[in-house]
Structure formats: structure tokens, C-alpha cells
Write a protein that binds this ligand. Structure first.
Ligand SMILES: [Fe+2]
Ligand SMILES: [Fe+2]
Length: 285
């Protein structure tokens, strides 16, 4: 990493730590005017987001597997800033859904998939860890960007239901912390891509094309759950624009040679499939 980028990332992470201490559930106003209506409209969205936020503990294990020897700044970011912030997001959202009378989120915080373990083994080969790092930054970028967009929609949705405390005290403070995460990955991805050789770039493109998934999707059921979230937040009606916003920098870096491409097809396909899976599931219930 160039000294400039390293310094920029260090500044950025220091500022995040300073300006965004982890939120405290006890500071949050959980007043809900109409729990039944809020649950009906957004209960499953809260559950999905709570699960994804709480599963950062597994993401940290995945990272340690996939990047056995990360740069200091990456470790500092995910261990000291990112994980402590995200886990509080999860606890707050989970407390809200329990207040609505729902079960707490069911999370998997320990299973590292076989695919990732293989990557971790390969990461010991010279040059391959750089490929894994790029995948990590790209995944971080698309998931954080999706989170920002989703929290924006959720914020406006609950506010329009008249749930002012939920909008301003639960969702707004969480959403304020997400753009800083996104920026970390964007700066890292842009600088790292510039350093990769031809074969590394080729491999990154291939791996993204076969393994891209929307935020929080680890299996078919969760893929359908994500489709339900898209429907509830109105993303389905703007699917292409959402997919484009979630993957813009990835497109500009990896697919710069594909003039006029709006969204990488694997991204669009993953979002479309979520909607199809959700529709099929509703049809069979
Ligand atoms: Fe978060
Ligand atoms: Fe985040």
C-alpha cells in the first residue's frame, strides 16, 4: 500500500473511532406507537438487519481465515472500530424487534464455510492473499453501500408510519455510522486494485462473478428473505438502480473496459433471484 493511502486510511479510521463511538442500547428511545403495524410492515426487515449486524462476529472469523496476514490498518479497522459498532447496531435492532413481540434474531456467529477455508489455505500462496484482500474490500463495499441505502429507505418508511422515535432514535444513529465503513472499503479497494497484476485481476473478476451475493445471504432461505426485504423497502420497484448504486465502484474498477455497462450482470442476477425466490416462497405458503 502506498504511504499516502496508508496515511489516509489511518486518519479515516481514527476519525471514525473518535466521532462514532459504539452506540449504547440504553440511550435509545424504543417508544413505538403501533407495534402491530410496525411489525406487520417492517418486522422481518428489522429481523434481517439485526441478524446481519450480529453476524459480524462470524465475519471477523471469516476474515481471519481468508486473510491470515492482513495489513495492520485492516485489522485495526475490523477489530477495534467496525465490529464494536456493528454489534451494537445488531443489539439495538434486535431489542426493537423483541419489543414488537417478535423472537430475537437467529444468528450463526461461528460457521466458516468450506469455500472460505479453502481460500484461506490458498491465501498462503504468494500473490493469492492479494486476490482475497480485493474480494474482502469489494464485499465490504457492496454490503455497506446496500446497508446505507436500506437504512435510508427504512428510516423514511417508519417515519411515514408515524414512528418518530424509531426513525430518529433507532435507525438514524445506526445509518449515520455506515457511510464511514463504506468509505474505508472504497479507499482500500481503489488503492489495492491499482496494485494487482493481470492474473490477479482476472481471478478477482471470475471469483466475483461466481460468488457474489447480496448482503447477509448465505443460503437459499436467506436469499428469499432478502427478496422480502427488497419488497418491503420498495427496492424491487427500483431494482436496477439499487443494484447499480450498490456496485458502482466495483463496476468502475473491475469492468472499466466494458463501456456502457450499468451493472455487472452477476449483481443484477443476484438481486433478481432474491425477488423470484421470495415470490415462489409466497406462492407455496
Ligand atoms: Fe451496521
Ligand atoms: Fe457497516
Amino acid at each position: 500500500m502506498s504511504p499516502d493511502t496508508d496515511l489516509r486510511l489511518r486518519d479515516h479510521v481514527a476519525r471514525l473511532a473518535d466521532e462514532h463511538p459504539p452506540l449504547r442500547p440504553d440511550d435509545v428511545d424504543f417508544t413505538v406507537r403501533d407495534p402491530r403495524l410496525l411489525d406487520e410492515r417492517y418486522g422481518h426487515v428489522l429481523d434481517y438487519m439485526a441478524r446481519v449486524e450480529l453476524e459480524v462476529d462470524r465475519n471477523v472469523l471469516e476474515l481471519m481465515t481468508m486473510l491470515p496476514d492482513p495489513p495492520d490498518i485492516d485489522r485495526h479497522f475490523y477489530a477495534d472500530v467496525w465490529q464494536p459498532q456493528e454489534i451494537q447496531h445488531g443489539l439495538i435492532l434486535d431489542r426493537l424487534q423483541v419489543a414488537l413481540g417478535r423472537e430475537p434474531a437467529v444468528t450463526d456467529t461461528t460457521t466458516v464455510s468450506a469455500k472460505l477455508r479453502i481460500l484461506g489455505t490458498l491465501a498462503h500462496i504468494d500473490g493469492f492473499q492479494d486476490v482475497c484482500r480485493m474480494i474482502y474490500y469489494l464485499t465490504g463495499m457492496s454490503t455497506e453501500r446496500s446497508a446505507v441505502l436500506a437504512y435510508n429507505l427504512l428510516h423514511d418508511g417508519v417515519r411515514d408510519l408515524g414512528e418518530a422515535a424509531v426513525a430518529e432514535s433507532v435507525i438514524a444513529p445506526i445509518r449515520r455510522q455506515e457511510p464511514g465503513h463504506y468509505a474505508f472499503y472504497r479507499i482500500s479497494a481503489t488503492a489495492h486494485w491499482a496494485r494487482l497484476s493481470g492474473w490477479q485481476r482476472w481471478l478477482v473478476r471470475r471469483m466475483r462473478a461466481v460468488s457474489f451475493g447480496p448482503v447477509g445471504v448465505n443460503n437459499k432461505r436467506q436469499h428469499a428473505d432478502f427478496g422480502d426485504v427488497m419488497n418491503a423497502l420498495g427496492i424491487t420497484d427500483e431494482l436496477e438502480s439499487f443494484a447499480e448504486q450498490a456496485s458502482r465502484i466495483e463496476r468502475d474498477l473491475l469492468w472499466a473496459h466494458h463501456q456502457g455497462l450499468r451493472v455487472p450482470d452477476y449483481v443484477l442476477r443476484a438481486f433478481e433471484e432474491a425477488v423470484t425466490l421470495a415470490t415462489d416462497r409466497h406462492a407455496t405458503i
